[in-house]
Design a protein around this ligand. Structure first.
Ligand SMILES: Cc1ncc(COP(=O)(O)O)c(C=O)c1O
Length: 380
């Protein structure tokens, strides 16, 4: 089963690819489907981009809504989560001394976004310091909530963190925010196709996710979900046709964000094919097997390095971040690639140097065995 699955991807067979978390690989069927849409567009661009695009996008949004547990009309496609969060952050009209609360685990590009937006509006950007090791949910939440003040207007938090690969307890955080009238904006870039997701049940104000990561959709497919009551407050970063010329069968939210002239929409049309691939290959079962491997190999790593886990086992999904006793992460990453053909991120986070491995459909246990062997050799 494993090798059949691996052969459905286009990855170079000589490469051990352990970085799905940064840039996910696409199955052949998904890339072929993208090609079909592009051929259809080029046969008659007016027909696809003008006459047909609106119902096609609605169909794709509905399929995605069904997958992530919300109405298709409550989400719009964006190229990536950073675009989506920029649209939101710039729409909020933050005021002097309003506080935006996030954590030191925030994704780097979005750290820059909030820092700049808060500077422009004279709001305060506060990052709760939640250093590893994280020992328990209660301890984590108490510490995080201790940063909330009467001026907190926004909580912006990752559902699965980028650098530290932890699943954060966003259910409790959203509930806490709701009870205090604080806007809960969730960065779920890593969640769709990684964890079962039901946005309606979670009930955040705003949620963004990437389809081109764990859902294996083509690069440049992500989404922004906005609760109905807030949709008129969130503006697209680009004012285009949908600003004034509204298609009557669509809400102002959909018109303003979706109708963007000659922007290439074909990657968005491939999302139903990506969902079919996930379902045909039992993504949830496969994810559980990968998760078990991620946890057991973390134990092996920790023993080898005589190191500590940065979070409990049940905070891990299909990625794990391990502390490494090295000084030069770039050189270590290059050695893994050049000597062992292993593609994996190695970087500094706060005051620790770490490596993060990801496991998806095409990975096998031997990939992680090879990684552990290579790390051991390089450290020796
Ligand atoms: C937690 C998190 N948020 C957001 C993103 C958004 O990525 P991009 O830079 O493509 O917008 C990523 C990408 O890895 C991420 O890990």
């Amino acid at each position: 089963m494993t090798s059949k699955l691996t052969s459905q991807f286009l990855l170079d067979p000589k490469l051990t690819y352990l970085n799905h978390g940064s840039f996910g690989a696409c199955p052949k069927s998904v890339i072929e489907n993208l090609g079909k849409w592009q051929m259809r567009m080029e046969k008659d661009p007016v027909q696809l981009l003008d006459a047909d695009i609106s119902p096609l996008l609605a169909n794709s949004r509905n399929a995605l809504g069904n997958f992530v547990g919300c109405e298709g009309d409550d989400l719009v496609y964006y190229p990536n989560p950073t675009h989506a969060v920029n649209a939101v952050a710039r729409s909020l009209k933050l005021k002097l001394d309003d506080e935006v609360l996030s954590t030191n685990h925030i994704y780097g590009a979005l750290d820059f976004t909030w820092k700049q937006v808060c500077k422009d509006t004279k709001a305060k950007f506060i990052k709760a310091e939640l250093p590893p090791p994280i020992k328990s949910k209660d301890e984590f939440l108490n510490k995080f909530f201790s940063y909330v003040s009467a001026r907190t207007r926004v909580i912006f938090i990752s559902h699965i963190t980028s650098m530290t690969a932890m699943i954060f307890p966003v259910e409790e955080i959203i509930q806490f925010a709701r009870e205090r009238d604080i806007l809960a904006i969730i960065d779920g870039a890593h969640v769709p196709g990684h964890l079962p997701l039901n946005i309606t049940a979670l009930d955040p104000d705003i949620y963004t996710g990437a389809c081109h990561k764990w859902m294996c959709a083509p690069k440049g497919t992500s989404f922004l979900y906005v609760k109905k009551s807030l949709q008129n407050d969130i503006m697209p970063p680009v004012i285009s046709w949908g600003w004034e010329m509204e298609l009557p069968d669509k809400s102002p939210f959909l018109n303003k964000h979706e109708w963007q002239g000659t922007r290439d929409m074909t990657p968005f049309l491939v999302v139903p094919e990506a969902i079919k691939f996930l379902n045909d290959n039992n993504w949830q079962e496969r994810g559980k097997l990968n998760r078990a491997l991620v946890v057991s190999k973390r134990n092996q790593f920790l023993e080898l390095l005589n190191s500590r886990p940065i979070c409990p086992d049940d905070w891990l999904g299909q990625m794990a971040t391990i502390e490494l006793p090295i000084d030069d992460p770039l050189q270590f990453k290059q050695s893994l690639l050049e000597k062992y053909n292993i593609q994996i991120p190695v970087f500094t986070w706060g005051n620790i140097t770490v490596l993060r491995y990801s496991m998806h459909f095409y990975n096998k246990e031997e990939d992680l065995n090879r990684l552990i062997g290579a790390v051991k050799e390089l450290l020796d």
